[in-house]
Design a protein around this ligand. Structure first.
Ligand code: NAD
Length: 466
């Protein structure tokens, strides 16, 4: 028999009174969400947080954006975007609006109803989860946490973070109780920067909480701004689903990268093979090989699960193998470059090499984890003079990992400059690059993205696929 049936008369009435009271509070909360009176705080205004702030604001919610980076706050206040695919006009709308404020003053957390957290979750130098940003933010939130507030983590992370790490910190430091005094949920961000077909509103949003009240509030809130909300039974399910999505991609990219290496030795065009296989209308999903993984997600997220699995004595062999294959790709590209130069009677040492594209994927200005950097490092170590061209990143900004390249500027796109390089490596296939002109300018091109479409029957002897 469960506890409910063991209540005596007085206890039953107290329980019923609490139940009725909770229902009244709950319907008030849901009504405030429905009327868009819920005030939204978003912590971390980067590639994920800024579009999220925009989405809630666009749908008529009053929003406050928080970031520790003062330059981002100043940039928004002065109507200037710091993310290339997020327009100055959008920022101007935010900065002109009375319904939007951005600040470094975290005391204002106490004035919002929902706190959505979008801070980084990188790997540390031992390639283990670096939870310092999540912990620091949770500590800050705990200082200002109010009764009735909803906290949602959106950062990608290991299963259990919301319940085992954040809830514990919030309860211990604030003295409030989850599910009664405050609410907490996990909703993974699936933003795909630069993707013209999907944005924050149109990407279905998974929401999971480990108690019913939190779940109901979080689902209602996201349903006001996201076309399709997918409720799941717990925060852990939502955390794991996000990891599965990215592990799926990492493993499949590794598979086509391995296929590329095999096809290369057999002198078979892997891209033609993949395109042919992709004509099967079921049971095949097209992935394309490349120079290695990049971005803040695919190279990193799988290792959040590996790390957590170790706690249970489990090895994640698929994840490790995919990481191994993908991590070997920059060296594969360098080896191809050495061979290509050799065919022209040149050594890497002393050669001038142009890296085309240092963003981790086309048409974005994000260079985090970009495979361009290990390739540039390796070539520079071999004595090459390395330059880059990237219309999306005119100057290499400060970053956690690539300070040796900080401040370097993109070369200009002109016949004389581009034509002077001994070898050009296409690492990122931005759409606004004239590849047919490149064909006429360079007599040694390493194409890691199949950016230059050549009729397979008319092989050009100065293009090397890698
Ligand atoms: N970028 C993507 O395409 C993408 C897609 C899906 C999921 N994610 C996940 O979303 C999360 C955020 O990624 P991002 O790309 O937006 O990162 P980002 O580095 O672009 O932005 C994070 C922001 O958080 C701020 N920040 C750091 N510590 C803070 C603190 N203590 N308090 C307040 N602000 C703080 C930083 O200044 C920065 O502006 C990560 O977990 C990432 O894995 C990213």
């Amino acid at each position: 028999m469960n506890d409910f049936y063991q209540l005596n008369g007085a206890e039953f009435h107290t329980f019923r009174a609490i139940f009725v009271y909770m229902n009244i509070i709950m319907s008030e909360v849901l009504e405030r969400i429905e009327k868009k009176e819920f005030k939204i705080g978003i912590i971390g205004l980067g590639y994920v947080g800024l579009p999220l702030l925009w989405t809630f604001h666009k749908h008529g919610f009053n929003v406050i954006g928080f970031d520790v980076d003062e330059s981002k706050i100043n940039s928004i206040d002065s109507g200037k975007s710091y993310i290339k695919h997020f327009s100055h006009e959008q920022i101007q709308i935010l900065s002109d609006s009375d319904e939007c404020m951005v600040t470094t003053d975290f005391k204002k957390i106490s004035s919002v109803d929902a706190i959505l957290i979008c801070v980084p979750t990188p790997l540390d130098r031992f390639r283990e989860p670096d939870m310092s940003f999540v912990v620091e933010t949770t500590n800050t939130v705990s200082q200002y946490l109010q009764k009735g507030q909803l906290v949602v983590l959106e950062s990608t992370t290991w299963p259990g973070t919301t319940d085992e790490l954040m809830t514990v910190i919030l309860e211990r430091r604030s003295g409030l109780k989850v599910g009664e005094d405050f609410h907490i949920a996990y909703s993974p961000e699936r933003e795909d920067p630069g993707n013209p077909d999907f944005d924050t509103q149109t990407i279905p949003k998974i929401v999971g909480a480990s108690n019913e009240v939190s779940q109901q509030i979080a689902v209602s809130l996201y349903s006001k701004v996201i076309d399709k909300v997918v409720p799941v039974s717990s925060a852990k399910v939502a955390e794991s689903a996000k990891l599965l999505e990215n592990i799926f991609r990492s493993v499949n990219i590794a598979l086509v990268n391995e296929m590329k290496v095999i096809m290369d030795v057999m002198d078979i065009d892997v891209h033609e093979v993949i395109d042919a296989a992709a004509t099967k209308p079921f049971g095949f999903m097209k992935f394309t090989p490349g120079p290695g993984l990049g971005g803040h997600c695919i190279p990193i997220d799988p290792f959040y699960l590996s790390w957590k699995a170790r706690e249970y004595g489990l090895n994640t062999r698929f994840i490790e193998l995919a990481g191994e294959v993908n991590n070997a790709m920059p060296q594969f590209v360098v080896d191809k470059t050495i061979l290509a130069l050799n065919e022209q009677g040149k050594a890497v040492k002393g050669s001038s090499i142009l890296i085309m594209g240092i963003a981790y994927k086309p048409n974005v200005d994000d260079m985090r984890e970009s495979p361009s950097f290990p390739i540039m490092d390796k070539l520079a170590k071999l004595g090459a003079n390395v330059e880059y061209y990237d219309p999306w990143i005119p100057k290499i900004p400060k970053s956690r990992e690539h300070m040796n390249w900080f401040g370097k500027e993109s070369v200009n796109w002109d016949k004389k400059t581009i034509g002077a390089f001994d070898c050009v490596l296409i690492i990122t296939d931005h759409k606004d690059i004239d590849y047919s002109e490149l064909l006429t300018l360079s007599n040694c091109i390493i194409d890691t993205r199949n950016a230059i479409k050549v009729d397979p029957l008319k092989k050009l002897n100065h293009i090397y696929k890698a």
